[in-house]
Design a protein around this ligand. Sequence first.
Ligand SMILES: [Mn+2]
Length: 446
Amino acid sequence: MTQVDQYQALEIIKNAQKILITPSDPDGDSIGSALALMSVLKKMDKKVTVAASNSVPDYLKFLPFTNQIKSEIPKGKDFVISLNTQGAEVDHLKYEVESGKINIIVTPKGGEFHGHDLSFQKSSGDFDLIIAVDTGDLVQLGKLLDENDELFKNTPLLNIDHHASNGKFGTFNYVDSKVAATTQLLTPMILQLEKEHGEELIDEDVATLLLAGIITDTGSFQHTNTSPEAFEVAADLLERGARQQEIIKHIFKTKSLATLKLWGRVLSKIKFENQLVYSSITQKDLEETGALSEDSGGIIDELLSNAPNVEVVLLLKEKENGFISGSLRAPGEKADVAEIAGLLGGGGHKKAAGFRIRNKTMDEALQLAKTTISDYLSQKTSQVFPNLVGQRQDSLPKVSPGGEDLLLEDFRKKSDSIEEKSVKFFQDADGQEKTVGDVLAQLRQD
Ligand SMILES: [Mn+2]
């Protein structure tokens, strides 16, 4: 609803005493944001609770204070007895304590009360502010929201986030999609609080939590969302004693044995054919390595997409429900995998897309996908280059909800370099000497 700036957000926080902080999916940015804020506000003598539906994944348990995250929102202690007064008006009310019980005596003015006029409940939590951090959509809060809808309905909510798709679901929204991480938004806020408070608020633990968010969401400063501001904030946090090596080690360099075994299987099955790299994961692979489907997360981006001279990367996964899901990436310049996924009944973006195939064996699904991709690629190669350049400019992906934002933000920022590369491509094919400026001017005229 209301968009607020950093200072208004700070005012709202300063005025609250009993604060509930809810991180979304437990990743380094949401957990880092929630726990950094918790630690800082506790230093300011506020009562703070952090609660999340999902438990903290093992690889993030090195972060300070993760054991303080509650899996449920503590209910208020008050026991509320409600009497429906639609049928009779209350004249007066008294209570008597009698051998271990309390009798509440309600005398009506006229009419009478019945048993079915009575109901009981625990009071809905005792908070004067909820802060949702790194949450694009309230639905991400899962059962926490379902089980406490009264609390969420009746308590002001401050939404601090950086997802471009943020639904602005808060009473107040401090949302900035230009920053790389929610902790990048929080750091200057906390520095300002520190100035006003007069005592140190960012200690080594808080600095570590804040830096964990930036490192997670920038892929350790590799994604193009790594702006000069992100570096500046990170430098400040390092100066405050953030434990960068510890973060990198746990978030990027630690894989479970089961994950490594699964990666090994996928590597041993890799095939390379005509600018296409592919591999697959069957249910048997998961069973025999003890890995979970989630453990296959980084495979396509960290492993397969690094192969040189590849236009399309394909990973097929056999799902429990009999589906075969396919993930596609386009590490090169030529292919638009959203188009390929479209031919297979799926969709997505130019650089990353997916599809699902039903009622086929892995071999059949692979045959279908391979034929579709090689037909697509041979067609693409025969096209005229200027068209390609034009398409590339028009088909920048739109923002979609959820975790893909990062990729898209990334990609939008890459569009300039893509344009440049396309122009160079075009120029080479043309065989004429032109400057990039000439070609750009010409393209813009068309
Ligand atoms: Mn984030």
